[in-house]
Design a protein around this ligand. Structure first.
Ligand code: NAD
Length: 395
């Protein structure tokens, strides 16, 4: 089948199997180019198929020779519908790992459910015995609670008052002013239920009870803070409330794991184009300006560069960087004064007429299409491809 991008707003409903493999292989090659580090050996990544979770899995496997179990919620191809990008990414990752003799298996299903937790525990017991790192990198619009059966939807809204700012339609480059109504109390609570720490804590307790955590196990989840421009919609909005909850959870988990020498961390990461972040209003315009500035200063990074630094420098290396809240920081280049003051200056000026000159909208758009395996020079998109790709560990 010839696969072309079919997109609407921040959703692309097709993905290209060979393009997704190129995306994964670029990341693997980056890690290989950096050389090995002495990191984790048996890793569980929850949310392993795209974005930061996929990059974490690649960094652990190809940087530290780790056996990895990934959990993701992806769709295989059916009829003429392509699989989701995360499906193709996972297939490419497993194939590359197996080629190098690295253990790699994936459980595809709802990570919020008890069934998937049990399947993961059974697989660890059968194949790895225990894990020494648990990465929690889920980003989801909804969660069905495993005990009550209730389904919660998350929203991305400000809290307390309406927020008005510039935003861009990144396909057309039209910059407009948009207003976002504040969330209701129920929407805030529901967002915390989906993106807060409850499920992370359930995972760690379930793994501990099953006896599949090594002594000195590390667990880590990812957060974002960002600049003042985005605070009303992010840090001080519904998602920020969920991140506060995640941070509180990390403190509890740190105490819980310390009985066996383990640790729980939050890493504050850089803003990057992923399927989740492109859905946040205002953020794509901020990222387009940020990428322009960071590329000019030669400090731009993608998910894989960030995860390499997190593992090789911070978690398992000798360049720790913690803030006053005890969070690991790898967003220090994004948040540096010289980058932020330049972005602020551009933010005031940017409009539909000058956006291509002032921002890296094209870079943003490319990275968006890259997520689905499109816009890679290596791929001939006029060529027929087999969309029915198997993930080796899933039959
Ligand atoms: P993403 O959308 O690329 O990845 C989400 C992952 O979660 C995918 O592997 C998906 O399959 C999996 N997933 C979603 N629902 C699931 C479910 N019910 N069961 C099993 N798997 C499920 O997102 P991302 O941007 O990489 O976000 C990961 C984490 O990083 C989030 O906590 C996010 O807040 C954080 N973060 C992101 C950014 C950014 O700019 N993208 C910056 C800092 C922190």
């Amino acid at each position: 089948m010839i696969v072309t991008p079919k997109y609407r707003g921040f959703i692309c409903t097709t993905s290209h199997p060979e393009g997704c493999a190129v995306n994964v292989n670029h990341q693997i090659n980056y890690i290989k180019s950096k050389g090995k580090f002495n990191g984790p050996k048996k890793v569980l990544v929850i949310g392993a198929s795209t974005g930061y979770g996929l990059a974490s899995r690649i960094a652990a496997a190809f940087g530290s020779g780790a056996a990895t179990i990934g959990v993701a919620f992806e769709k295989p191809a059916t009829g003429s519908r392509t699989a989701s990008a995360g499906w193709y990414n996972t297939a490419a990752f497993e194939k590359a790992a197996l080629k190098e003799g690295l253990y790699a298996k994936t459980i595809n299903g709802d990570a919020f459910s008890n069934e998937i937790k049990q399947q993961v525990i059974d697989l660890i017991k059968k194949d790895l015995e225990k894990v020494d790192l648990v990465v929690y990198s889920l980003a989801s619009p909804r969660r069905t609670h495993p005990v009550t059966g209730e389904t919660f939807n998350s929203v991305i809204k400000p809290i307390g008052e309406t927020y008005t700012n510039k935003t861009v339609d990144f396909h057309t480059g039209v910059v407009s002013e948009a207003s976002f109504e504040p969330a209701t109390e129920e929407e805030i609570q529901n967002t915390v239920k989906v993106m807060g720490g409850e499920d992370w804590e359930m995972w760690i307790h379930a793994l501990d009870e099953a006896g599949v955590l090594e002594k000195n196990t590390i667990t880590i989840a990812y957060s974002y803070i960002g600049p003042e421009i985005t605070h009303p919609i992010y840090k001080n909005g519904t998602i920020g409330k969920a991140k506060e909850d995640l941070e509180q959870t990390s403190k509890r988990l740190n105490v819980f794991l310390s009985k066996n020498g383990g640790k729980a961390y939050i890493s504050v990461n850089k803003a990057l184009v992923t399927q989740s972040s492109s859905a946040i209003p205002v953020v794509p315009l901020y990222m387009s300006l940020l990428f322009k500035v960071m590329k000019e200063k030669n400090v731009h990074e993608g998910c894989i560069e960030q995860m390499y630094r997190l593992f090789a420098d911070r978690l398992y290396g000798n360049k720790p960087l913690y803030d006053s809240e005890g969070r690991i920081r790898i967003d220090e280049l994004e948040m540096s004064d010289d980058v932020q003051s330049k972005v602020n200056e551009l933010w005031k000026k940017v409009d539909t007429d000058n956006i291509n000159e002032l921002s890296d909208l094209e870079g943003f758009r490319n990275e968006f299409f890259n997520l689905f395996g499109f816009a890679f020079d290596e791929i001939d998109y006029d060529k027929d491809v087999d969309i029915d790709v198997k993930i080796p560990s899933i039959e």
